[in-house]
Write a protein that binds this ligand. Structure first.
Ligand code: NOJ
Length: 549
């Protein structure tokens, strides 16, 4: 296994509009991030993944880019970005940008041109099908509800948009489009950026027959079998690697909806020269029911562990994993996988200990380091997210039980993770002196960075300790992994080892005490944990322990 800086580092993900406002306009910005670099560095992380900060009409909060070389004036423009990069590098922190290359904004000048006529030189930058206004070319559904096709009267064609109508999919079959993207990537890398997280990169190669999806196929399967992993995906990624990525010492992580165990290893195989890591979603779609995300089913814990084990095995010889439990698209990790009530502290600590003891590069999403929780609004009006709002409309149109649906929104809305960072207990949590673009979680008065700085037992201090613990022990980075109790309904227990010895890690994912399994009984040398050590043969609720021999 080749050693790399990006395997040994820890990533901190920033959703800039919700991180820190420095101007009082209610929107986080780049100067706000610069002002918080001391804090970020104090966590012990090495890299920042910055969600999109480019010019954008913000139909999907920056994932709809209208100029790939311009930083949005809302965030401070290119000068602010240059200052951020310089300030980060001065501290030894690396910066990963978000590259959104499956689609652009419909306000990008490429699309503005493309939609004018079939002869326009940019027409072929997007994916068009002729037809009549009342019958889309196929039954494909957008990830954000409704048909994935929008009619364009000027050319009497439909264009494809797998996300919102303002996010037309780019045509990667066109070599000019690919060259445009590689030039953009080169523009930022030449500036000194240290890598990219590539948005829905698994979707860039389309199945050109555009066949209907079988009726009744669950959306997860549609994603896996119809939208993602298209016939030329590996060719395109390999080409991008050859043309531009390989010229720099950088890191890439591809966001991979629909990337499963069958396809995943190829994306990250060092030999295949495509990407360094992917984010697969097997463990984050685990509670999606037959009707998808807003039709949640109880989490199958045995399956949850199995996913981690299978992916570890699949990438053990060639490739590298990314270890994450949430981001700006999912609920808060302590609310989803822990207990954000009685065992808030314990379970938030358990989750970071899980992240830091699995094999792969760990990602921490802003606010998780203080155990930020989901938000519960009484009405859909308080939600901002386009995915949530569209899903709501579609459910209403389908005559669903909307009280039930509101519960699903509480559980799954992306806004759970987008409430502003809770810096202190004062006005607007110290996020802004103005009116925040999205409501704060009211628990900021007690759950905030300042309060946790003062408390040596806080989740925040535990994150720092746990990140430092991982970094002091390369066995936790590169060592082998084996699940020791795959069928246990409450415990996640595994061994990580190399020539330097073994770590025995055990997490109690339950509100009850659980007996220590056989493997752990002879162990008395506990080196780390989220409760005071007592060597008891029972694990306390949400207790995590690490033994070493
Ligand atoms: C994944 C991004 O993380 C999400 O926020 C966005 O809506 C979609 N891709 C579309 O770009």
């Amino acid at each position: 296994m080749a050693k790399n800086w990006w395997k040994e580092g820890v990533v901190y993900q920033i959703y800039p509009r919700s991180f820190q406002d420095s101007t009082g306009n209610g929107l986080g910005d780049i100067q706000g991030i610069i002002d918080r670099l001391d804090y970020i560095q104090s966590l012990g992380v090495d890299m920042i993944w910055l969600c999109p900060v480019y010019e954008s009409p913000n139909d999907d909060n920056g994932y709809d880019i209208s100029d790939y070389r311009k930083i949005s004036a809302d965030f401070g423009g290119n000068p602010a970005f240059d200052r951020l990069l310089e300030a980060m590098h001065a501290r030894g922190l690396k910066l990963l940008m978000d590259l959104v290359a499956n689609h652009s904004s419909d306000e990008h000048h490429w699309f503005q041109q493309a939609q004018k006529s079939r002869e326009n030189p940019y027409h072929d930058y997007y994916i068009w099908k002729s037809g009549t206004p009342d019958s889309p070319p196929n039954n494909w559904q957008s990830v954000f509800s409704g048909s994935a096709w929008k009619w364009n009267a000027a050319t009497e064609e439909y264009f494809l948009h797998l996300y919102t109508q303002k996010q037309p999919d780019l045509n990667w079959e066109n070599p000019k489009v690919r060259q445009e993207i590689y030039d953009i990537v080169d523009f930022w890398l030449a500036k000194g950026v240290d890598g990219f997280r590539m948005d829905v990169i698994s979707l860039i190669s389309k199945r050109l027959e555009f066949a209907d999806t079988p009726q009744e196929m669950p959306f997860i399967d549609v994603m896996e079998q119809i939208y993602a992993n298209g016939p030329r995906i590996h060719e395109f990624l390999n080409e991008m690697n050859r043309e531009v990525l390989s010229q720099y010492d950088i890191v890439t992580v591809g966001e991979g909806p629909g990337v499963n165990l069958e396809h995943g290893p190829r994306y990250v195989s060092a030999a295949a020269k495509e990407l360094d890591m992917v984010f697969h979603f097997d463990h984050l779609t685990i509670d999606f029911g037959p009707d998808g995300k807003y039709d949640p089913v109880p989490l199958d814990f045995v399956r949850f562990k199995e996913i981690f084990s299978q992916w570890d095995a699949a990438l053990a010889a060639d490739g590298w994993n990314s270890i994450f439990l949430g981001n700006h698209d999912f609920s808060r990790i302590v609310s989803r996988f822990g207990n954000d009530g009685q065992y808030h502290q314990e379970s938030a600590k358990l989750l970071v200990l899980l992240l830091m003891t699995l094999r792969g590069t760990p990602y921490v999403y802003q606010g998780d380091e203080i155990g930020m929780t989901n938000i519960t609004h009484d009405s859909i009006e308080a939600y901002d997210d386009v995915e949530t709002r569209n899903a709501w409309k579609a459910a209403e149109a389908a005559g669903k039980d909307m009280d039930q649906f509101l519960k699903a929104v509480h559980w799954q809305s992306r806004d759970n993770a987008r409430t502003p960072m809770q810096w202190n207990g004062e006005n607007n949590a110290g996020f802004t002196s103005g009116t925040p673009w999205i409501p704060l979680n009211p628990n900021y008065t007690t759950l905030n960075v300042s309060a946790q700085e003062e408390d040596p037992q806080s989740i925040l201090h535990f994150y720092r300790k746990t990140i430092a613990f991982r970094k002091a022990n390369p066995t936790l980075v590169y060592g082998d992994y084996q699940d020791l109790a795959p069928d246990d309904l409450h415990l996640f227990a595994y061994r990580r080892w190399d020539a330097n010895g073994s770590f025995w890690v055990i997490h109690n994912f339950s509100d009850q005490q659980q007996p220590l399994p056989e493997h752990f009984k002879p162990q008395t040398n506990q080196v780390f944990g989220n409760y005071p050590t007592d060597h008891a043969l029972k694990l306390r609720p949400w207790e995590s322990r690490v033994y070493k021999d």
